[in-house]
Structures are given as C-alpha cells and as structure tokens.
Design a protein around this ligand. Sequence first.
Ligand SMILES: *[C@@H]1O[C@H](CO)[C@@H](O)[C@H](O)[C@H]1NC(C)=O
Ligand SMILES: *[C@@H]1O[C@H](CO)[C@@H](O)[C@H](O)[C@H]1NC(C)=O
Ligand SMILES: *[C@@H]1O[C@H](CO)[C@@H](O)[C@H](O)[C@H]1NC(C)=O
Length: 248
Amino acid sequence: MAIMKQPFFSLLLLLVVLCYSTTTSAQSPAAAPAPSPSSAPTDIIRILKKAQGFTTLIRLLKTSQVANQIDSQLLNSNSGLTFFAPSDSAFQSLKAGFLNSLNDQQKNELIQFHMLPSFVATTNFDTLSNPVRTQAGADPDRLALNITGSGNQVNLTTGIVNATVGGTVYTDNQLAVYQVDKVLIPRDIVVPKPPAPAPAPAKTKTSKKKSADTAASPADDDSAAMTLKQRMWVPVGVAAIAALAVSL
Ligand SMILES: *[C@@H]1O[C@H](CO)[C@@H](O)[C@H](O)[C@H]1NC(C)=O
Ligand SMILES: *[C@@H]1O[C@H](CO)[C@@H](O)[C@H](O)[C@H]1NC(C)=O
Ligand SMILES: *[C@@H]1O[C@H](CO)[C@@H](O)[C@H](O)[C@H]1NC(C)=O
C-alpha cells in the first residue's frame, strides 16, 4: 500500500497541473496582429470640417452614426460613394422645426437619400438613368431622385425640392462630395403613407412573447460553463478511480 501511494499522488499531481495549464492557455487569447493600414482611411467629418459651412450636416452625421457607416463603406466597397452635402444655408432654408419633427429613422433615411452607392464624376451625371437609386432605397415614387445635366450645371429634383449642385467639396475617385443648395427631401418623408392594414392583435402578442423567450439565452451560457467545468474535472475523476483500482 505505501509503495502504491507515492506514484498515485505524483500521477494525480501531474494530471492536476496538466488540467490547469490547458485551461489557462485556453483562456489567454492568441495575440491579434495590429491592423496596419497602408494609407489613412477616409474621414467624412474631417472632409466637411475642412470645407467649412457644413456644421448642421456634421452634427446629423455624427448623431445618426452615418459618418461611421460612410467611412466603413468606403473601406469595404470598390464602387465608391457620391454624397450630396447640403450647406448650412440649405438647412437654414428649411421650414422651421422640420428637422426636429423627424424621428431617428426618418433622419437616417434623409441622410441616406443624399448618397449614391457609387462614385459619379461631375461629367458623368448625364449617364445616370432617372430616377437614380440612392442609399435610402429604390421606391420610384416615394424615394425618387432625378438628376439632369452634367459638368457646370447639375439639377436635382425629388418631386418636393429642386436643387442644384454648387460645386465639388471633395473627390478622390472613390468618394465624391458635392455641395447642394437645398436639403433633398424625399416624398417618403413628407407625403403621408397609405394606411397599413391593422395587424391581428392576438397573433402579435403570442409571437412577441415567443420571440422574447427565445431571445433570452442565458441558458446557453450556463450549459457552456457547465461543460467546461465538467471537462476540467473528468481527468481528475479518472485518475482517482484508476488510483483506487490500483491500490485495491
Ligand atoms: C437646371 O434648372 C434651371 C432652373 O432652375 C434651368 O434653367 C436649367 O436649364 C436646368 N439645367 C439642366 C441641365 O437641367
Ligand atoms: C423623374 O424621372 C422619371 C423618368 O424620366 C419621371 O418619370 C419622373 O416623373 C421624374 N420625377 C420627378 C420628381 O421629376
Ligand atoms: C421644380 O422644377 C419644376 C420644373 O423643372 C417645377 O415644375 C416645380 O414646380 C419645381 N418645384 C419646386 C418645389 O420648386
């Protein structure tokens, strides 16, 4: 018995040490290499600040998070982006209280409506077919944007607003920013939507409850934690049983 005890304890010690080292090494994440961009990424806020006269637009881009979206879109797409930037005087010519009357979703739509999901040079506006698709969506009635002319004279109309391009703020063959003298308001924001059919109230309630139940997933975390703990103790248990068998 006394002879058996010593190898048993050294075996147990070895297993415990092994078990401990694997769990700690699993917990320390592999060091991710720091991203090293070859050139500074485009920063729409910096561009507009430098150009001056876009304080309202900058505030809207920041509060709506669309500034971040634009920057990451430029990093991830090859087709580029065209942005019609309304000047501060364009915002000042809006009906008083108009911006404040919009909810967050409408503000987001308003900004997306000022963007085309591709780079368009000033000389190429006449190659677009009307209505032009903006990032707000493709609805040819409620989200129409017509662009006519090219070069020195570019006109835009939404059916609500007529605007003209006042000049190029920035261009780098991937991003084009053009100043516009009016905020481009799509019909979708000012023309009331046709009433949507009333939803069945009972169905909505049950589905809501169901989705809330499925959304709650702490059970998943619990089971994952349990499995990890169980895994940790399995070798120890095996060692104990083996040692017991040997000592008997
Ligand atoms: C742009 O609109 C103005 C009127 O606002 C008009 O005189 C001009 O001809 C239009 N230009 C083009 C290219 O449509
Ligand atoms: C935009 O252009 C299309 C096609 O030419 C036309 O059918 C539509 O009426 C125009 N919309 C506006 C608001 O000018
Ligand atoms: C926009 O211009 C068209 C003609 O090009 C005109 O019929 C329309 O009334 C104008 N709309 C506004 C809001 O100025």
